[in-house]
Design a protein around this ligand. Structure first.
Ligand SMILES: C[S@@+](CC[C@H](N)C(=O)[O-])C[C@H]1O[C@@H](n2cnc3c(N)ncnc32)[C@H](O)[C@@H]1O
Length: 412
């Protein structure tokens, strides 16, 4: 296994060259309320402040319509019911827990804690995806820093293209995306390579957005609603040519069991690419400063489990994978994500100030204040722990299902 500091293409597949496309024009639909178009205009202004010109070459054709997206999410958030708000705020309880401490899970959530976690995940993500869509993180992940000259969205696109290359994706390949968000990563992968991506997600709200987005662009994508903690996955054995996932593993109760399922559905020789949250060797749970930072960051990024790199390797190997590469995916900014975390945090804080003003003059309902306060809590803890190299959300592993393996015997 090679440890590395940058995603290096495993092979050079037949990919279309990245299109030189300038930033997509913001689309403008008709507004249903003057007040909401006012707030959209102000968010647009805040986004202008946020965006620095990026000179990186990246295919942005699968991520158009930022203003339409923002407007839609504003509308959904505005119309949240008191129950949805209550469930969203209560769902944060799971981020005070850890899969590694089952006794505490049972104590807090009861013996059927798995179904309680399921409900919390749905309540959390069905709202969070709209909050994130108000900024540059509609794809709910802070990417590795692929280029310090680029913003969050372009760094996401650059990272995704590096994944397509390392997986060797080509036209017609069947690929599985676990925890697929609103299917925007899948859309980019498919646009970039011609692959057919199947996205799996627990949350029907994100999936309906993913399906509409793919249908509008005629992309060969399929989306399945399933909790990946309720195994087996409803997928055929040996039916996928490749697999990737981005920042969903901390929501996985049993990593070896999940990897075993992924192994089952992949063809021999298939590669898998992971990008996720880990604690790094410098993190010491017995150190009170470290533990406090961890306690604050987990709800911010929505992490239940925090595996070490060794734990990920062990789980992969136990499931039958061979680890090919393992390392921090940030190739710029000295391997830190801090510049991008600060960028997202700064944007949402500016948005929060704007929202507060709009709530005050009754353009937005009062629950927006609660949402923004929750969303922006503890960003500085994330930056600090990243700079101390205690944790990262951009740890990357490339592994493969060996070709020379005996075929799996189906369990009866
Ligand atoms: C942090 S976000 C990662 C962003 C995502 N990869 C994307 O493409 O935008 C985690 C994603 O995993 C999904 N998820 C969380 N827990 C899940 C579960 N138990 N089963 C299936 N999907 C889950 C969430 O709904 C969310 O879309």
């Amino acid at each position: 296994m090679a440890t590395r500091s940058a995603p290096v293409p495993a092979q050079a597949p037949a990919l279309p060259p990245p299109a030189k496309v300038s930033a997509s024009p913001a689309s403008h639909g008709s507004s249903d309320a003057a007040s909401s178009s006012d707030s959209i205009a102000q968010v647009k202004q805040a986004q202008k402040v946020q965006s620095t010109p990026s000179s990186v070459e990246v295919d942005r054709s699968a991520s158009p319509g930022r203003i339409t997206t923002i407007r839609n999410s504003f509308r959904v958030l505005k119309n949240l019911t008191p129950k949805q708000m209550d469930d969203f705020m209560k769902s944060y309880i799971i981020y005070d827990l850890d899969w590694a401490n089952e006794a505490q899970m049972i104590d807090t959530l009861g013996p059927d804690y798995q179904s309680a976690v399921h409900d919390c995940l749905v309540s959390y993500y069905s709202v969070l995806n709209h909050l994130c869509a108000l900024g540059e993180v509609e794809k709910m992940y802070i990417p590795p820093v692929m280029s310090i000259r680029a913003g969050i969205l372009d760094n996401q696109l650059l990272y995704e293209e590096s994944v397509a290359r390392e997986l060797g994706l080509k036209f017609g390949d069947k690929v599985l995306d676990l925890g697929c968000g609103r299917g925007r990563v899948a859309a980019h992968m498919s646009k970039y390579t011609g692959a057919r991506v199947t996205g799996l997600n627990i949350d029907a709200d994100q999936l309906s957005s993913a399906r509409a987005f793919a249908a509008k662009r005629n992309l060969p994508l399929e989306f399945i609603q399933q909790d990946f903690n309720a195994l087996p996955l409803a997928l055929e054995s040996q039916s996928f040519d490749a697999f990737y996932q981005i920042q969903a593993l901390s929501l996985c109760k049993d990593l070896p069991a999940t990897f075993k399922e992924i192994h089952r559905v992949l063809k021999p020789g298939a590669k898998i690419s992971l990008l996720d949250w880990v604690s790094l060797p410098a993190y010491d749970p017995a150190n009170s400063e470290h533990a406090e930072l961890m306690r604050r960051i987990k709800p911010l990024i929505g992490a239940v489990g925090t595996p070490t790199v060794d734990k990920l390797h062990q789980a992969l190997e136990k499931a039958g994978f061979r680890v090919l590469q393992s390392g921090n995916a940030s190739v710029d900014a000295d391997g830190l994500q801090a510049p991008l975390i600060e960028r997202a945090d700064g944007y949402f804080r500016r948005l929060q100030a704007l929202v507060m003003a709009l709530v005050k003059i009754h353009v937005l309902p009062a629950h927006f204040k609660t949402l923004m306060k929750r969303l922006t809590k503890d960003g500085e803890a994330f930056v600090k722990a990243d700079r101390m190299r205690l944790i990262t959300t951009s740890y990357h592993i490339l592994a493969e299902k060996p070709l020379d393996e005996k075929p799996m015997v189906p369990s009866s």
